[in-house]
Design a protein around this ligand. Sequence first.
Ligand code: 3DU
Length: 218
Amino acid sequence: MKKRETRLILALDVLSRNKALELVGSLGGYFDAIKVGYPLILAGGLGILKEISSLAPVIADLKIADIPNTNRLICEEALRAGACGLIAHAFPGQDSLKACVKSTRAYGADLFAVTEMSHPGASEFMAPLAESLAKAAVEAGATGVVAPATRPERIKLIRSIIGDKIIISPGVGTQGGSAADAIKAGADYLIVGRSITGADDPVAEAERVLSQVKASLP
Ligand code: 3DU
């Protein structure tokens, strides 16, 4: 993972290749990485990873959650396409998660495991398991975890389990999370999407979030 500079990761959930490249062109300097997930990959093709990765580091958010062999195949496709970071679910278990860690390491890339998601429904099944999922991420050798900016107290708890592994944290802005609170709770990077990509002035919004991050650092 690129050294923490802005501590921001852009969630690029747009459906047009041109729009995606336009946003990366104008916003790239505000973000340490660009997160690309199913919406853009399905709409624009896997080649979009290569195009964007020539401009900025790309994390492929495929929330990989299959048996070890299938996980390996998915990881290798995304890594060959240019991703330098991948997001996987921890719940399929150590063997599945370790397959992702092994693949990413072979490419010098990072693997982030989801602990508890940021939306309200995560309280049904994920929250009761989040501590075990965080421990599983550490045991598997993941680079870090995904933890919710919508519940900063959960970032704190997960930080106490994972030590100095990296926390990337979605949920700032549209989902209601505060950039300052998530950073103060221990997030290393914030994942921000719609509140910036859908703003009338995305650059001004990125600047606003960046100034909140800077103001909340010790
Ligand atoms: O809500 P936003 O538009 O800022 O985007 C958040 C992004 O992070 C989006 O791509 C979503 O799929 C992803 N994400 C979560 O929101 C919550 C998680 O627990 C994991 C990923």
